[in-house]
Design a protein. Sequence first.
Length: 374
Amino acid sequence: MNLFDVYSLFDVTPVRAKGARVWDDKGQEYLDLYGGHAVISVGHSHPDYVAALTDQLGKIGFYSNSVKNPLQEELALKLGKASGYEDYSLFLDNSGAESNENAMKLASFHTGKDRIVAFRKSFHGRTSGAVAVTDNPKIVSAFNSHHKVSFCDLNDAEAVENELLKGDVAGVIIEGIQGCGGINLPTAEFMQTLQSLCRKHGAMLILDEVQSGYGRTGKFFAHQWYGIRPDIITMGKGIANGFPCGGILISPEFKAVKGMLGTTFGGNYLAMAAANAVLDIITKENLIDNALKVGEYLLANIPASEKIKEVRGKGLMIGIEFNEPVSEIRKKLLFEKHIFTGVAGTDMVRLLAPLCITIDDAKHFIEALKDVLS
Ligand SMILES: Cc1ncc(COP(=O)(O)O)c(C=O)c1O
């Protein structure tokens, strides 16, 4: 049997990793500034994380959501404290797309309405509703295209209000910082207006923090830079450092009804052991402050070059937009300098490093980039 061939692969086979370093099957070491697509938050194979998962596996690996699982409550408590959302509730699922799916479903249950407003250049995942609110027709099938969705430009409050005025909008979904669409930051003024507009028109504000959350931008959630409190916050990626896990934070205005949301695997023991360990490590090692410090260093020191159009981002969510396609630059960084980077579109190198990278790692990247661009 062959694998269904949907991924473009680099010819690299990682077999071991530690912190912000990865080694391939030939023993070559790499600096990881991609974090397996923003997933590695506390660093690869952190000893506390490995111990927590190993220990849990020796006790009980899985049972269903029909019995009590104190690890879920432990996570809710820790997450409430770490994020500043102690009065919100937590629903646990398995991925970013599923979190967005649940958030939009909840907004629709709550309001009785069925349209979602999303933004151009958005990415929210691959499941039916999540892909329908993703602004990329290439990955939306005819089956997915029946959802009622309207797209507005980022930072265009008037366009959003025109949609809300139609009276059928259940929710507005927006990324804390657009990731796959090219590290596009909404303005604080726009986000505050968006929150007021949603409240005024009875639509739920859904913040997709799957990529921008969990400390990546130097605050627990990127939207906390804008001084707003959304109705629902969606999470994934860094939440369990690579163990599949997602979740949503739900404001107290929502009433839980038995059976309205559900999942087989969401909140399972192993995911909870991983997610609890992640929060413990983030706190113990001050990784959110580190993300801000190293991110600011990178943003300030990425070299000026006629090839670079703009550098933008916050904390360790950084886009380097070039005046040309970046595939050769990324290949050189990977195969000559042994540095993993991400991409957005064709012209942007996207950095999504583990939150534990050091200033020395950042310096190493900057020197490598200068070499590659010279
Ligand atoms: C902002 C955002 N939302 C949702 C998703 C989907 O997450 P997952 O691939 O875990 O379903 C992603 C994945 O890249 C993302 O960047």
